[in-house]
Design a protein around this ligand. Sequence first.
Ligand SMILES: Cc1ncc(COP(=O)(O)O)c(C=O)c1O
Length: 460
Amino acid sequence: MPILENSLRNLTKLFAKAYWSAKVFKQKKSKYIAVSGKVVGHEELSNMIDASLDMWLTTGRFNDAFEEKLAKYFGLRFALTTNSGSSANLLAISALTSPLLKERALQAGDEVITVAAGFPTTINPIIQNNLIPVFVDVELGSNNIDVDQVAEAISEKTKAIFVAHTLGNVYDLEKLQILAKKHNLWLIEDNCDAFGSRYLNQLTGTFGDIATLSFYPAHHITMGEGGALLTDNPLLKKIIMSFRDWGRDCWCPPGKDNTCNNRFGFQVGKLPEGYDHKYIYSHIGYNLKITDWQAACALAQLDKVDEFIEARKRNFQTLFNGLINCQEYLILAKAIDGADPSWFGFPITVKDNAPFTKVELTKFLEQNNIGTRQLFAGNILRQPAYLNKEFKLRIRNTKVKSNLELEDSDYELLPNSDKVMNSCFWIGTWPGLQEQDLDQMIETIKKFIDGYKYSRDGKN
Ligand SMILES: Cc1ncc(COP(=O)(O)O)c(C=O)c1O
């Protein structure tokens, strides 16, 4: 058997090398420059074949190894995988509602501070848990939470702050940590876009009580669909696991029994004495676990993450240097002092004085084979889903109201969120981009702007 296994492994390696070099060659020849993509090789495939040979199917040894390695990478005690970044966000908020947190547990009607110019599944778990999102504005350029608006938005009901590091750019964690401490708030970092970003030389995702990661192929490392939660707090780890694994009280991994050595020794709730601990539920939970194939893929990706991070930073800098003279009409992304972002993408905001719109520029880029993306939901409060179904919200320091009662004056309190929706988009920084791709991205944007400058100066 070991001989057969070894030959299979060697064949996999040969196949993957041939297959991927053909694929990369084809990609290089393709004219379209995608905003994101995965960079995978024979190591991922070999691990996934190994996982197949195990035929374990569910979460297993690769997941154990990945969770351990991921936690170590961040210098935290716990990393827990889940089947998407969105699930990680759902688990993070759900965990904070656990009665095990006693007086710090979030109750229906409590408030969570966030931004409207974000990804939907950062905000959705707040609404889904009957909590009240409190929206503050973002800053132009960084597209990150305006930290100065947080203090004025905090009320007696505010219990948590939950925001993403937009496109990997880092918000002022020091100020948020001080506010969180002062007002006894939970701080959750949506770190889905920011694997490897640093603030004051410390990795983002290690500042808050909980942080989340996404491993969707557009992200820094991938397992196809997947995500993870990071925490240093053993109680939060226990609660997150419970919510992730059906809500059960038992912490046995799949296929194991009696890890607590007291499987039939419990008498809780209104259950009969000795009811099997494996079937005792302490939370109204989900099943959001991953399979071992996903973990096998991500384990190999984790060995490459430092290279990926460096490539993203390099690509960002090349784009920034190349577009530096376009700032008459474009706002380019800026990192705050002390931040070293691991860029998910390169955001560009069209200035108000520009003789063209974002739509015109992005159309031109797409027509010229440059992939573009919106900054996620734009101003999420203008999206149909958030206009149709009723929920309660607050904007900055205003009173709680229903989303169905939003008026123009409410939207005017978040002018930059509208600006992001109307004028911001992003292009790629992913490690699969070649130097000539970056040159083409820069030249195409310059060509578009020069066309307008030429007609303007021609008129003068
Ligand atoms: C900031 C942010 N949070 C959460 C998510 C959700 O991650 P997933 O697609 O893995 O569900 C994304 C996805 O891109 C994201 O950008």
